[in-house]
Design a protein around this ligand. Structure first.
Ligand code: PAF
Length: 282
């Protein structure tokens, strides 16, 4: 693999592929890599002639400065994992803040309801920051395909919308959630869980599954209340939201036989770490 820091080095590494019109696959990350990230890279490797992985902890998507400060950074560990997985011509892009934001990004993306519902409501400005950084990274890498995990299910919709708004020629490829053996969705934030919170965190996924089993027993608003109280029974957990929504609009779904695909999404504080998870709910 090749490791590059600056746009001209990136262009040089990708020039032979761009010249021949070969497909460039892209996996943007914020580092602290785990199996979830590696699974995105494994999706790209057989499909794309060259894969670019970026590592950049994007300040504009953190609505809480303390969360940004405490976000895990482990470049040595990340590069060792990538070295094992990537091919000779694949590229690791490690831009600094000046490269991504030579000047402050004041663009506002019209994300519609995505900016105000669920994650949009609880993390004001977060999705604007995600749209900013991903559009800038797309501008530098110019991928044919980009890979995102379904754990950040609403983020996927935000990125699709940004791609549509800017008419970018990038195919967005969703990849399934990767879980620990006990069901906890993999996340870089799991590293910050206390022992107690880590022990209790699998209850989040268990409750999503249990709610799904009970989906025909009561209307969804009632089921959501049941799920919140089940999660909150664990002393280290506190649910911020548990919602069953239409998977295309993120508007509330009310009943199991409402038409269209549905998704249950939740955000839960496990001690002082905020975790999110979701499952299809059809
Ligand atoms: O999902 C993430 O890790 C980040 O939101 C992303 C897409 C790399 C943008 O910073």
């Amino acid at each position: 693999m090749r490791t590059v820091q600056f746009p001209d080095e990136l262009d040089e590494a990708l020039a032979p592929f761009r010249r021949t019109g070969a497909k460039i696959g892209f996996v943007p990350t914020m580092g602290a890599l785990h199996e979830g990230h590696l699974s995105l890279i494994r999706c790209s490797l057989p499909r794309d002639t060259v894969t670019v992985v970026s590592i950049f902890v994007n300040p504009t998507q953190f609505n809480d400065p303390e969360d940004l400060r405490r976000y895990p950074r482990m470049p040595g560990h990340d590069l060792a994992l990538l070295e094992n997985l990537l091919r000779g011509d694949d590229v690791v892009f490690l831009p600094d803040e000046k490269t991504i934001y030579p000047e402050p990004d004041h663009r506002h993306f019209d994300l519609g309801d995505l900016d105000t519902l669920l994650e949009g409501a609880f993390r004001p400005g977060h999705f604007q920051g995600v749209a900013q950084v991903v559009s800038r990274l797309f501008g530098l890498v110019r991928p044919a395909r980009a890979y995102f995990g379904e754990k950040d299910f609403q983020q996927l919709a935000v990125i699709r919308r940004m791609v549509h708004l800017l008419s970018l020629p990038v195919e967005i490829v969703p990849c399934p959630i990767i879980r620990e053996k006990d069901g906890l969705a993999m996340s870089s934030r799991n590293l910050r869980l206390s022992e107690e919170a880590r022990r209790q965190a699998p209850r989040i996924y268990e409750t999503l599954l249990e709610a799904y089993r009970k989906r025909k027993e009561m209307p969804f608003p009632e089921l959501e209340k049941w799920a919140i109280s089940r999660i909150d029974e664990a002393p280290a957990l506190r649910t911020e939201y548990f919602r069953i929504v239409r998977a295309d609009t993120f508007r509330p779904a009310r009943h199991w036989d409402d038409p269209g695909p549905k998704r249950a999404l939740t955000a839960v504080w496990a001690g002082d770490v905020r975790l999110i998870d979701n499952i299809p709910f059809d």
